[in-house]
Design a protein around this ligand. Structure first.
Ligand code: HEC
Ligand code: HEC
Length: 334
């Protein structure tokens, strides 16, 4: 009798412990919870206190940014959305996409064939994978951007400057916008002055911060409206290995690509940016599945902690958590 009672008690204690695994508090969720409406959009320019179209100035700035995000430049015929479209997790359709499509390749080939020498027009070659632009507002918290982790107090605005002046476009885009009366009218409404590069940077950055947020993934929906979450075990496993110490803080860490290090160390990307829609999980876009990317990262995290790496089943649980709970279908490819 005593033995049976003890056994029942033991089973009760064990089942309580197992249940605990499934119970999560608001604190556990915190690293993944975000609400697009409560993001304090951070821009470097002063906005006028004006209300001509009945819109909040930051909303107007973000709408303007959306327009600029799609504006093609005269020379390269490229825009931000070519490579960072809202589809495919904010990465555009191709990793390491070339700026301006195929036009320059065809142009340069024809020129070489006809004149027998090279043009002076360089094509845009991307050495890195197109990191997702989703949840880019989080980059402000760490003030770090790009694979190499450039530090700037307004990283998103900084990147527009890079894209326009160094990386993809000629700065003819600014000149073009300056000659458009509509753009100047909007700029005057926002800042009192005509269109310029600072307004362009602030507007595109405001658009990214306000509009490209995965706050409708299931973990957020569950937090806000109690919707059922299925795969929280993976979240616990992620917490146990301290994956967030790197992934939610944009920490600079040694690159995973040991044989082909383009960079020695690299900024850790977030895990709530619809990873399953990316192809190639490391900055070199090497052919690797999400499972293998998690496995390789876990091996490094485990070595650092001096613990055993996870086995197959646990790695799968992490993958399921990322794909199911951290996935916002509004940016899906299908
Ligand atoms: C030709 C393709 C292409 C175009 C056009 C382009 N980008 Fe990028 N973008 C990339 C690539 C590739 C990276 C990754 C570079 C790296 O990892 O260092 C990137 C990185 C970024 C990042 C940093 C993401 C992070 O996690 O650090 C932001 C933000 C960004 N781009 C915004 C823009 C904006 C805004 C525009 C338009 C002004 C633009 N990009 C135009 C290809 C492009
Ligand atoms: C020491 C910091 C660090 C830790 C700890 C860490 N990671 Fe990473 N992780 C990185 C970096 C840096 C990259 C990008 C590497 C590259 O592109 O070469 C990365 C890439 C990834 C990717 C691919 C992301 C993408 O955008 O395609 C996944 C998935 C991932 N890690 C999951 C995990 C998981 C799960 C854990 C915990 C078991 C973990 N990581 C622990 C630094 C870390």
């Amino acid at each position: 009798m005593k033995n049976t009672l003890f056994l029942v008690l033991l089973i009760f204690v064990i089942s309580c412990k197992q249940n605990q695994v499934q119970e999560f508090t608001a604190l556990d969720y915190t690293p993944y919870i975000h609400d697009a409406d409560s993001i304090d959009v951070k821009v470097s320019i002063d906005l006028l206190d004006s209300n001509r179209w009945g819109l909040d100035q930051k909303d107007l700035l973000a709408d303007f940014g959306q327009l600029l995000f799609h504006k093609r430049s005269g020379v390269r015929r490229a825009n931000c959305a070519d490579c960072h479209s809202k589809d495919n997790a904010g990465t555009g359709f191709t990793n390491r996409a070339k700026g301006g499509g195929e036009f320059l390749t065809v142009y340069n080939n024809l020129y070489r064939n006809l004149y027998g020498r090279e043009t002076l027009i360089e094509e845009d070659h991307k050495p890195f994978k197109n990191w997702s632009n989703l949840n880019a507002y989080k980059l402000h918290q760490a003030n770090r951007i790009l694979s190499k982790g450039v530090v700037d107090s307004f990283p998103l605005e900084f990147q527009v400057g890079v894209a326009l002046n160094e990386a993809h476009f000629g700065n003819d885009l600014v000149l073009e916008c300056q000659s458009d009366p509509f753009f100047n009218d909007m700029s005057r409404e926002l800042t009192g002055g005509p269109f310029n590069l600072d307004i362009m940077k602030a507007a595109i950055s405001a658009f990214q911060q306000k509009n490209l947020v995965t706050d409708q993934n299931r973990i957020n929906r569950s937090y806000k409206s109690g919707e059922q979450v299925e795969s929280l075990e993976g979240m616990l496993l992620i917490q146990q290995k301290g994956c967030m110490n790197c992934h939610n803080t944009a920490a600079i860490a040694p690159t995973r690509v040991l044989n082909n290090p383009i960079l020695d160390s690299i900024k850790a990307p977030r895990l709530d940016v619809n990873l399953k829609d990316h192809s190639g999980y490391f900055h070199t876009s090497e052919k690797i599945t999400l499972y293998k990317a998690i496995k390789r990262c876990d091996e490094i995290a485990s070595t650092e902690l001096g613990v055993e790496p996870y086995k197959y089943r646990d790695l799968l649980k992490i993958k399921t958590f990322i794909n199911k709970e951290l996935y916002d279908s509004r940016y899906g490819s299908k």
